[in-house]
Design a protein around this ligand. Structure first.
Ligand SMILES: [Zn+2]
Length: 230
């Protein structure tokens, strides 16, 4: 019989690696969709930290009227404070609702393991109660995360989804023209675009129709995250 290719410790390491892969361990922040086709995901954050925030009606009106598929990363407090509007939004099959933490802590890297888990757990439970939907993607507040916090969230069965470039739509100095120009110039196949749908996007409702039309004219189509992310 041929000598084994790997020593015993080598085999143990390989086995551990294979087990980790099989259990879905990733340690990965997703920043784009796995495609080279002209497909983009429109994602919107509905954050709420301390002050109550509400859905941007002009923005949701446009998205729903055009029946565009889109994904909302919703805070637990936001869902709690906007139950009726959130329930109505979730009644539309083109709308995906995902988890954006309970309290929108500005730096979740500073929280204990238990606090990190509770941020995810409580938001997921609130969204489930209000909409009947189970969330499976998580976005860190302001995209601030590290290896430990990503691993904690993934161990709860979530995948972490951020973006490749941010629109910067809460910045009042970004004009409609600028938002449109940047989005059309920067968008690549598989991008996950990020805007705000809680009123923090100063010119988003004005800019988005032109962004959607501009991308459509360039051959792009729009999908929910769960259409392309396993
Ligand atoms: Zn946010």
């Amino acid at each position: 019989m041929a000598a084994p290719l790997l020593s015993a410790p080598g085999r143990a390491l390989l086995l551990a690696l294979l087990l980790a892969m099989a259990s879905g361990a990733r340690g990965q922040i997703i920043t784009r969709l796995p495609t080279e086709e002209k497909v983009v995901a429109l994602s919107f954050d509905a954050c709420e930290a301390f002050e109550p925030m509400h859905l941007d009606e002009a923005l949701t009106g446009f998205l729903l009227e055009r029946a565009l598929p889109f994904t909302v990363f919703m805070g637990g407090r936001f869902a709690r404070d906007n139950k009726d509007a959130v329930r109505a939004l979730a009644a539309h099959p083109e709308v995906e609702i995902e988890n954006h933490s309970w309290s929108h802590n500005a730096d979740m890297r500073r929280l204990s393991d238990e606090r990190v888990r509770n941020e995810v757990l409580w938001a997921g439970a609130e969204i489930r109660r209000d909409t009947g939907r189970r969330t499976r993607f998580f976005r860190f507040p302001a995209g601030v995360a590290d290896e430990r916090t990503v691993a904690l969230v993934e161990a709860m069965g979530y995948r972490v989804v951020h973006w490749r470039y941010a629109s910067g739509d809460p910045d009042p100095n970004l004009s409609v023209e600028r938002l449109v120009r940047d989005a059309l110039a920067q968008t690549r196949p598989g991008d996950i675009l990020i805007f705000h749908i809680n009123g923090r996007g100063v010119h988003t409702a004005e800019a988005l129709p032109r962004i959607v039309d501009g991308l459509s004219a360039r051959g792009y189509r729009f999908v929910r995250l769960d259409a392309l992310l396993p």
